[in-house]
Design a protein around this ligand. Structure first.
Ligand code: DAH
Length: 344
């Protein structure tokens, strides 16, 4: 029996030594040390021995068991390390590999300008008008008449305004100013809103003009509003949008729906005021129209001009974007050429 045990020990040790993987090792363990393994089958025969032999052989069998168990766990640790290293090697990620190219879209430059201007006016206490007060298909009545345009005003001419066949006097709006009317018909003062949107004009397309462009309308109506308030707000806007170093000026102008009216100019960004082609030699660039809301307009919407006063302004989004980034052709905004759009 002792010889048998010695043989088992010898064979098992050499099989442990030869094991190439954790799986090989598990098989060796199963073969020799498990309940149905070779060592146990010998132990089962111990009962046939004398007490003396039982003690000696039993102790030897335990000794064999312990030796094998220890060898198996030592070998197991060794094999585990080898296998782990193999696995790490195989699953190594090369972070220096170039990644897949995923082209990413960007916000259109005109939308960027609208967002920027809306944010500036929100900072000055204005809110964005509900879009239902600012439809692109509009009536002549709102777009012109309510804004105090005389019936024979040249802007109503077919050459300036797109008429539709929907119904007589239904047009594509030529300006966002009609939104002022709808806002005041729906809200009593105080009113402090802006309204960005698309407008349409029947003109031949050129580097400076497009049939479709964007405006942002502003309106503030309350008690005791003066031209000083208008100047303060618009100066602040231009200062933030163009940077505080750029001088501005207010120039008397005319719009049917404001009295008095003023246009705001900024010093030419191309020549710094010396006079160049962009500013037609004047040194100034017009950036927006504005004025005190005409008493007739207030009356048209049922607001008493003896109690309330206000100011309005309107600016071209394309123009403001072109001035800021020195873009010389309005058509670039509408061609969808990614070489242009990518720059913003
Ligand atoms: N609607 C004018 C235009 O399209 C711009 C404008 C001027 C709007 C003066 C205003 C304003 O609200 O007060 O040329």
């Amino acid at each position: 029996m002792k010889e048998k045990l010695e043989l088992i020990l010898k064979n098992a040790l050499s099989e442990i030594n030869d094991a190439k993987s954790m799986q090989d090792l598990d098989e060796v363990k199963l073969k020799y040390l498990s309940r149905k393994g070779e060592l146990n089958s010998i132990k089962k025969n111990l009962k046939d021995l004398s007490d003396e032999d039982k003690r000696i052989v039993g102790a030897f069998a335990n000794n064999v068991y312990n030796q094998l168990d220890e060898q198996i766990s030592t070998k197991g640790e060794e094999l585990y390390k080898v296998e782990l290293n193999k696995k790490l090697e195989a699953e190594k990620i090369d972070i220096t590999l170039p990644s897949d190219f995923r082209p990413q879209g960007k916000v259109h430059p005109l939308t960027q300008t609208v967002n920027e201007i809306v944010e500036i006016f929100q900072g000055l206490g204005f809110t964005v008008m509900p879009s239902e007060y600012s439809p692109e298909v509009e009536t002549e009545y709102i777009n012109f008449d309510m804004l105090n345009f005389p019936p024979d005003h040249p802007a109503k001419d077919m050459q300036d305004t797109f008429y539709t066949k929907v119904a007589p006097n239904v047009i594509l709006r030529s300006q966002t100013s009609g939104a002022q009317i709808r806002q005041m018909l729906n809200q009593n003062p105080p009113v402090r809103v802006i309204s960005p949107g698309r407008v349409y004009r029947c003109e031949s397309v050129s580097a400076r003009k497009n049939n479709l462009f964007h405006q942002i309308e502003g309106l503030l109506v309350d008690k005791d509003i003066t031209f000083g308030d208008l100047k303060g707000i618009l100066n602040e806007f231009v200062r933030i949008y163009f940077g505080s170093a750029r001088p501005t000026r207010f120039r008397a102008s005319y719009f049917p729906f404001t009295e008095p009216s003023a246009e705001v100019d900024v010093q030419c960004i191309m020549c710094g005021g010396k006079g160049c082609r962009t500013c037609s030699g004047t040194g100034w660039l017009e950036v927006l129209g504005s004025g005190m809301v005409h008493a007739n307009v207030l009356r048209n919407v049922g607001i008493d001009p003896e109690v309330y006063s206000g100011f309005a302004f309107g600016m071209g989004v394309e123009r403001l974007t072109m001035l800021k980034y020195a873009i010389n052709d309005i058509r670039l905004f509408f061609n969808n050429d990614t070489r242009f759009l990518k720059q913003f």
